[in-house]
Design a protein. Structure first.
Length: 125
């Protein structure tokens, strides 16, 4: 691999992270603005998963810093799967299958790590 290819890969990785970060943070802004318009509470899927799996307190997880953390983690997961699939040399069907398996595995493992860290920090009920 030449230096140019390495530089282009790094640029593509960074631009993908920035793109998904912008998309997820705009989704966060949209959720916050819609929450102000209607009083019905919007529950994020990641928070529901952590509450049910690790028995965490919902009040503490609805803080803005956790919602930003979940947006960042989702951006990194999608970007990592996308970058791995770009170097996967097989057909599109195999790329989709491998990408789906990799995506599910990364989601469960990373959110499992986040949940165990939150348990150690005392966010349990």
């Amino acid at each position: 691999m030449s230096k140019f290819e390495v530089i282009m890969s790094v640029v593509a990785f960074v631009s993908s992270i920035l793109f998904f970060l912008i998309v997820n943070l705009s989704k966060l802004k949209l959720i916050n603005s819609s929450k102000k318009k209607r009083k019905k509470e919007v529950r994020i899927t990641e928070i529901k998963y952590l509450i049910y799996k690790f028995n965490l307190k919902e009040e503490k997880l609805l803080q803005k810093k956790f919602i930003i953390l979940f947006s960042l983690v989702n951006s990194l997961i999608v970007t990592a799967v996308f970058m791995v699939l770009m170097i996967f040399p097989y057909g599109i069907i195999w790329q989709i299958l491998f990408g789906f398996i990799l995506l599910i595995g990364l989601i469960y493992s990373i959110y499992g790590i986040i949940g165990s860290i939150l348990l150690k920090r005392g966010y349990c009920k």
